[in-house]
Design a protein around this ligand. Structure first.
Ligand code: MD3
Ligand code: FE
Length: 206
């Protein structure tokens, strides 16, 4: 499981990092197809504000934010159609990484795709809209680099910072499942093909 060259490790209790498990090149066709069918969009919050980054989904259910609050929905509200299918390669990576960290029963069926341009950020938040918090979340970084900020159990804590590059995968669960986290891209390095764009794919069981 541990690979010194790739610095694969438990970076903090119940948060695991696997470097260069995939790549933009490997997943580009699936991402491009997805955003043609279910375009990236800036969702709104219950208070009517626009989220900082654009998003879309694939899988059985997709995470949405709107004037009605945060919900997992089986259809894309923009089209009324079911979200595109979860690509088998995404599901396979999720179950493989989960098995490596002791989550043998993880069956990802929800996939949120976030899109960042240089300077865009995701503020500190918890992922707590999933019904079964005993299941982990898997995050796949594609494209330009980003800094993950891990605040721990209070959003006001000093953050642990981790730089994520194309193809890096993080998984967190158990004691880390409800930790506050965020993303910054102000000091980003461009990706040779994608330039100053980043996609983050999160796999969840909902
Ligand atoms: C949780 N997305 O969609 S997970 C999200 O890069 C989201 O777009 C991130 O947060 C993104 O909800 C990827 C980032 C992350 C990093 C460290 C964590 C989540 C964490 C540590 C503990 C718990
Ligand atoms: Fe999150």
């Amino acid at each position: 499981m541990s690979d010194l060259f790739n610095q694969d490790c438990e970076i903090s209790p119940d948060i695991y990092l696997y470097r260069q498990k995939v790549s933009w090149a490997l997943w580009a066709d699936d991402i491009k197809r997805l955003i043609k069918v279910a375009p990236l969009r800036f969702m709104r919050t219950a208070g009517g504000k626009r989220l900082n980054i654009s998003m879309t989904n694939c899988g059985d259910v997709g995470w949405t934010s709107s004037e009605q609050g945060y919900r997992y929905l089986s259809r894309d509200p923009a089209s009324g159609k079911p979200w595109p299918k979860l690509p088998p390669s995404f599901a396979q990576l999720g179950t493989q990484i989960a098995a490596l960290t002791g989550f043998e029963h993880f069956q990802p069926n929800a996939c949120l795709v976030n899109h960042y341009q240089a300077g865009q950020k995701l503020n500190a938040h918890q992922d707590k809209n999933e019904p079964d918090l005993s299941q982990p979340v898997v995050s796949v970084s594609l494209g330009m680099s980003a800094t993950f900020l891990i605040y721990g159990d209070e959003r006001g804590n000093k953050a642990q910072k981790i730089i994520l590059n194309d193809g890096d995968v993080m998984i967190w669960g158990r004691s880390a499942r409800l930790m506050y986290h965020g993303v910054e891209t102000k000091n980003t390095q461009p990706h040779p093909e994608l330039g100053f764009h980043r996609f983050n794919v999160t796999l969840r069981q909902v």
